[in-house]
Ligand binder design. Structure first.
Ligand SMILES: Nc1ncnc2c1ncn2[C@@H]1O[C@H](COP(=O)(O)OP(=O)(O)OP(=O)(O)O)[C@@H](O)[C@H]1O
Ligand SMILES: [Mg+2]
Length: 305
């Protein structure tokens, strides 16, 4: 089982309008309400591929109940921890004429010391049974920067960390097997603009491997086994939100199975591209995945060093 942790789970509401015009009234086409947050997106992709996955994190109040109900409908197993404060909502307005998405994200409820203690105990029992844990997304208000480090260090289960800023840097001390920053997160966390140098900086501080996602340019992986660049065989048009989460899902499958890095990375590039072709974050277009997977080339980038 692959356990995904979403400490700031959300109820994602999407509205569609022909064009978003500030200061005017819009009649919206309902675009759906779903459970969201990065770990939830990862679990959705794992579930679509038939992998056993379990979602945990916090989900309180009416929004928390709606998050659970939607996961149940989607057939995704969850062990979310109920708290008093309601889970956050996010609202995304998609202009159907140009595909531009505008997001409004609530910060999320403040986590109390008692809630955190209860969560850590639940996490410990779940993570002990997992093949891999994925910790993804920002920390909700109230949690210290080392919250992810505490979770990673609580069990020997290999961990993939996909977060940004201080929680990412603080998480390195607990030796996550893989970290997956995007280009902006990599530069911001390290203060280094050169992606290979920034990836080495993260490894020197405790990351087992760094898989940096560089948007349409694909992946740069700096691992103990080698350094690779993996471009996507063709650009895909669509919604790139959640492409990084699909990448993490592929990395989790590869880590659980012990797949060699080049194969794991090729799969991650094909699945991320399939997420761009999928309409909402957490959706993957399986035809795109199957079509691109055999065409991905993994380039040895040892010369970058
Ligand atoms: N237009 C595209 N065509 C093909 N592949 C893409 C495209 N955009 C992104 N990808 C793939 O998706 C991967 C992840 O994208 P990106 O670096 O934007 O992640 P991210 O910012 O972490 O995304 P998110 O956090 O929203 O899930 C890239 O490394 C690349 O392989
Ligand atoms: Mg991301």
């Amino acid at each position: 089982m692959i356990l995904t942790v979403t400490l700031n789970a959300a109820l994602d509401v999407t509205y569609r309008v022909p064009t978003l015009a500030p200061g005017t009234e819009h009649r919206v086409e309902p675009g759906g309400t779903r459970a969201g947050g990065k770990g939830v997106n990862v679990a959705r992709v794992l579930h679509a591929l038939g992998h056993d996955t379990l979602v945990t994190g916090f989900a309180g109040g009416d929004t928390g109940r709606a998050i659970r109900a939607e996961l149940d409908t989607a057939g995704i197993r969850e062990a979310l921890v109920d708290v008093d404060a309601p889970a956050r909502r996010t609202v995304t307005i998609v202009s159907t004429e140009d595909g531009v998405a505008t997001a409004f994200n609530e910060p999320g409820p403040r986590v109390s010391v008692e809630d955190w203690t209860r969560f850590v105990a639940t996490y410990h029992s779940l993570a002990t049974r997992a093949a891999v844990v994925v910790l993804a997304g920002s920390l909700p208000p109230g949690l210290p920067d080392h919250a992810y480090a505490q979770l990673i260090g609580a069990t020997a289960t290999p961990a993939i960390l996909d977060t940004a800023g201080r929680p990412l840097v603080a998480g390195l001390a607990a030796h996550p097997r893989v970290v997956k920053p995007n280009a902006g997160e990599l530069a911001a966390a390290t203060g280094i603009d050169d992606p290979p140098a920034a990836a080495r900086w993260l490894r020197e501080r405790g990351a087992g491997a760094v898989v940096a996602s560089l948007g349409p340019a694909g992946l740069l992986a700096v691992t103990g086994d080698g350094t690779w660049r993996v471009p996507c065989p063709e650009p895909v048009h669509g919604n790139p939100t959640g492409a990084g989460d699909a990448c993490v899902a592929a990395l989790a499958i590869g880590l659980a199975a012990g797949t060699p890095w080049p194969e794991r990375l090729a799969d991650a590039v094909a699945l991320s591209a399939a997420a761009v072709a999928g309409p909402l974050a957490g959706d993957v277009d399986l035809d795109t995945y199957r079509r691109l997977a055999p065409r991905v080339e993994v380039l040895d980038a040892h010369a970058d060093r």
